[in-house]
Design a protein around this ligand. Sequence first.
Ligand code: PSU
Ligand code: MN
Length: 347
Amino acid sequence: MGTFFRTAHRSRLPSGRATFAALGRRSLTNNGFFRVSEEVREALHAKKPVVALETTIYTHGFPYPENVALASLLESVVRVNGGVPATIGILDGVARVGMDPEELIRLTESAGKSTTLKLSRRDLSYVCGQRLVGKNFNGGTTISSTMLLAHLVGIKIFGTGGLGGVHRGAESSMDISADLTELGRTPVAVISSGCKSFLDIPRTLEYLETEGAYVGTFADGRKGDVDFPAFWSRDSGVKSPTTVENEIEAAAIIHAQHSLNISSGLHFANPIPTESAIPKETMDVVIEEAIRQANASGITGKDNTPFILNKIKELTQGASIPANKALIESNVRRATIVARELAILES
Ligand code: PSU
Ligand code: MN
């Protein structure tokens, strides 16, 4: 009984430095379900600033071939800002952290196929296990599964477009993104432009508080309270729980979180660059119509977000796309600078 308790207890220790290193070493041993690229492995070993990137934005967000261009652009943004990109996704039934350019093209160009899936935490063992019985899937990882895989190797920073949230009407549908529960259980800092306003932003922030996830919004020189951003629009009408001045302050918060061994995640909202923003009033009309069509077509569950995103693209005649690209690029740049500052604090 005593031995059992000690063993069970040890395996559940929060990720302190020693435990984390051991976990990292074990996971870094590629095992047929999980593979870390040589570049990412070496960067982690050398304590370089590594930035995780998700792949649902390529498989279920941007169409081919724009998704291929975006994938390569975002990796370049990390590199020119002094970081190492770790693009995360499932290729041929293997969870991958870091892919070479040829592999990244193979995953992104498989977007739209019935064997290329959108994968959150719940789906990972399903697709990887299927490989053993001869079924071959690719998958874009959402924020939740990207955080999970990043954490397995000790990556602490992740830059992406927008966070999933509590859907409108969730009080009856219970549609709440797994991104939010992941932020409650995995200590990775996600830098995104907040939630699209087809979600219920006040309830999303309430839920994140319940989950114990930190939420802050970059102030960029604005004084006093600032809004939690709504993806294409800098304002949402909902105040951010806290504000953050700059990347140095964000890194300090992340460093404190890890030093305190707090196992939940952090979300830093970076409002879309002003010159790319679409006014809230314009988006409100488009979003209402997209939601109406989703409801009329009976779209629910994991298909809801991609369906609405597609409708918004149609209804804005593609104007939402450059804005979407601009904000992702800005988030990934910011994530890289935060990762650099964190590496300094940890050295
Ligand atoms: N929000 C966006 N763009 C996206 C997503 C969300 O503005 O591409 C993707 C992300 O991968 C996110 C996922 O993690 O959708 C959330 O899906 P769901 O709402 O089904 O949890
Ligand atoms: Mn959902």
